[in-house]
Design a protein around this ligand. Sequence first.
Ligand code: FAD
Ligand code: UDP
Length: 381
Amino acid sequence: MDVIVIGAGIAGAVAARCLAEEQGKQVLVLEKKEHVGGNCYDEKDAYGILIHKYGPHIFHTNDQQVYDWLSRFTEWYAFGHEVVARVGDRLLPVPFNLNTLKQVYGEEKGEELTEKLVNAYGMGSRVPILKLRQSQDPEIQGIADFVYENIFLRYTMKQWGQKPEEIDPGVTGRVPVVISYDNRYFGDPYQGMPLTGYTPMFQKILDHPNITVKTGTEASKLLEIRPGETQVLLEGRPFFGAVIYTGPVDELFDCCYGRLPYRSLRFDFEHYDQPDYQGHSVVNYTVSEEFTRITEFKYLTGQQAEDTTIVKEYPFAYTGAEGEIPYYAIQNPENQALYERYAALAEGISNFHLLGRLAEYKYYNMDAIAARALKLARGLT
Ligand code: FAD
Ligand code: UDP
């Protein structure tokens, strides 16, 4: 083996394929789950409905290189993902945009406020809620207060256990107020779902004669990585090839400096013997309920069926207990400083690379990870 990749999510799979194909490396991929795909994994449930086991995943990017690269392994079901927020008895388009504005304020007042927003920020602009709240214009402040109270405050409290102004501004900035009539959740030119699902796409990416995938294999069963050591041991012997690690960096070193904080999620799936549950792929519960959102999968995947499966997402603080999965890094200066200490340990190991959402402790989307994986793999010699 020339390279060991730990984790078969999008980071590990893309890096492995690139190294195998472009550099002729023999790559061993170790994945502790029983399947490939990491968070993106999908499968048919007991009723034949294609579900995303770890929450709804919609591919979107403005990076043509990533789109073209992945398109070698899948065709796409192209669709523009739209989300609505349940606010009392209303369903409001999210991100909050000019359609939402008119729904909330009515045609006439909505028209007036539209002009104001367009003059202030420009048609087509995307304004983070925390920036909108800084407006000195009382009417724009009024809109900002409405959006803050009805879209962001309680959803963010559920998701992060903190208020929007207490978390990294980049997080709420992912869902800006959009000064246009575009109801789509993402602004990227390429968006959609792998036509037959994510799992077949990952299987194809990893299907290469130079790649060996071992699922159900916790890396620490084969590899020894100790704080302060400069060498990785593979089954007791020094391994001189590159190692790419895509798991949580604190767990790599037995949390020797204490745990890095993450948010986790509990997914409650429900099946209904009826063709429709909510008429939308995703409904965000921004003012009520304990869960953040409900996804109805058939509206994401385009699957035709007489019945339907949904999932509710309940956020909680990751503790590291058996069976829990860390999903979201909680980015703030204190956590970043702790992360840097672990990253420094990893840097001390020769030919060892941290890659991906967990290993880099960042809030990356799939496309950003794929781009980073290609860059890392192409930079390895
Ligand atoms: P992961 O997918 O977490 O893969 C890491 C893999 O490493 C896992 O399979 C893990 O089991 C394995 N591993 C870890 N440690 C070890 C070990 N010691 N030994 C062996 N294996 C190990 N992105 C989008 O672009 N669009 C979306 O719509 C979207 N929706 C999301 C919804 C939710 C609820 C969440 C949580 C994320 C979403 N994302 C979305 C982000 C997306 O999931 C990530 O960008 C991407 O999956 C991260 O890939 P990764 O390979 O870095 O990590
Ligand atoms: N958010 C919110 N209300 C919404 C949608 C998003 O408050 O209706 C905030 C919330 O803090 C969330 C963040 O914006 O964590 C980013 O949302 P996104 O949909 O990107 O989260 P993800 O899909 O990654 O869970």
